[in-house]
Design a protein around this ligand. Structure first.
Ligand SMILES: Cc1ncc(C[n+]2csc(CCOP(=O)(O)OP(=O)(O)O)c2C)c(N)n1
Length: 375
């Protein structure tokens, strides 16, 4: 199905506001919404999926129009709270349409973080009292219209409706090649970070390609990955995992390598960590102003920087760097100071198409990491 056709049908169904967090399964849909540029739809990339539900509730209160909330199924956890305790028809009964990228669909090979989530996706909507339909590349315009008329019935009774989108549903389309204007190549910056800290620190890396690049580079540089814990799911929680480790053993240095989208998703972690101020934690944010791993949609904080936020939250030192030389200097200074620091690297939107994926299972990597940590 063409994403533009999908949008036309959504518009006919009365939707004018679209909010969510991007997903690779929905890439063409997300690109089409972004390219609309506010013409037909108001569009917001929210900090997390729960925030999009909040926005949808507000939109409905003000305009009586249901909103479209899009997400990867990994984000279902984030919508459950406002959905169950606010939007549900036993509470306020606020209609909205979910468009959900279905990763880890049973029977289709996918990454470990998607397997269980994919298996329980339908059940989660059932238990949340949200009726749903599944679409794939064979779904016709007519079928979509029928689905949307089912959704309209759900809306009329104060319920929500979900469209689960299988991989390959939307026709591929040439992307417009949006760039953020930053020059530092993320993979090179990550290599330098590894060269500086890998031998004597433990790294906790964020969801998406940052982890895959660190995995690959640590293999090339050191022949192992045993000092790297990859937060393959649980987007936005890498810094709290790193904090959990840092507070458990203050003699070991922990380096969190975060993404800007992930840091934004649960930004409260910055406030908490800043307040605690662990001396043995270094927080690095690779800021490319976008959700690069899932199609490069700009984040809801695109173009803004994290260093000032970190300082305001109580981080002792915060640096924004744009070049390898500046990164090197900031890494060395953070190493010398031995206090909580955040380094924000402004990096370009670049990732190699042939980037590898972890060869071991998630559990094997966790066990190797813990073994190295203990010794
Ligand atoms: C809760 C949740 N929502 C959405 C996703 C899908 N997802 C995986 S990586 C990613 C983008 C991460 O962006 P950022 O942290 O800026 O890192 P980048 O991809 O730009 O390196 C998204 C949205 C997810 N894994 N979990």
């Amino acid at each position: 199905m063409k994403a533009d056709i999908f949008l036309q049908e959504i518009k006919k169904a009365g939707i004018r506001t679209i909010a969510g967090v991007p997903d690779s399964t929905l890439k063409q849909f997300c690109d089409a919404v972004r390219q609309d540029g506010g013409n037909e739809f108001r569009h917001y990339v929210t900090a997390n999926e729960g925030a999009a539900v909040g926005l949808a509730i507000g939109e409905y209160l003000a305009s009586q129009r249901p909103c479209l909330v899009y997400l990867q199924n990994s984000g279902i956890g984030n919508i459950i709270n406002p959905l169950a305790s606010l939007a549900n028809r036993e509470v306020y009964g606020i209609p909205m349409l979910f468009v959900v990228g279905w990763r880890g669909e049973p029977g289709i090979k996918d990454e470990p973080q998607h397997v269980y989530q994919g298996k329980v996706t339908c059940e989660l909507f059932e238990v949340m009292d949200v009726a749903y339909a599944v679409i794939d590349r064979t779904t016709t315009e007519g079928q979509l219209r029928e689905i949307l008329s089912e959704a309209a019935k759900a809306f009329a009774s104060g319920s929500q409706y979900a469209i689960l989108v299988k991989k390959g549903t939307f026709e591929a389309k040439e992307a417009d090649g949006w760039q953020n204007g930053y020059a530092l190549v993320r993979e090179q910056a990550l290599r330098m970070i590894l060269e500086t800290v890998y031998p004597d620190s433990f790294l906790v890396s964020t969801t998406g390609k940052i982890s895959r690049e660190l995995y690959e580079q640590s293999g090339l540089l050191y022949g192992n990955h045993e000092r790297l814990f990859m937060t393959v799911g649980g987007m936005g929680h890498a810094s709290m995992i790193a904090y959990g480790m840092a507070q458990a053993d203050k003699t070991k240095r922990v380096v969190c390598v975060d993404g800007d989208g992930a840091a934004l998703m649960h930004m409260g972690a910055l406030a908490f960590i800043g307040r605690q101020s662990p001396k043995n934690l270094l927080h690095i944010v690779m800021n490319n102003a976008a959700h690069e791993s899932v199609g490069s949609m700009p984040t809801g904080f695109s173009g803004r920087t994290y260093a000032g936020i970190a300082k305001a939250c109580g981080y002792k030192h915060a640096f924004t760097v744009r070049t390898e030389a500046e990164l090197k200097e900031a890494m060395e200074e953070a190493g010398r100071k031995k206090e909580l620091a955040l380094i924000e690297a402004l990096v370009s939107l670049s990732a190699r198409a042939e980037l590898g994926r972890p060869e071991e299972s998630a559990k094997e990597n966790r066990l190797a990491f813990m073994e190295t940590y203990r010794n």
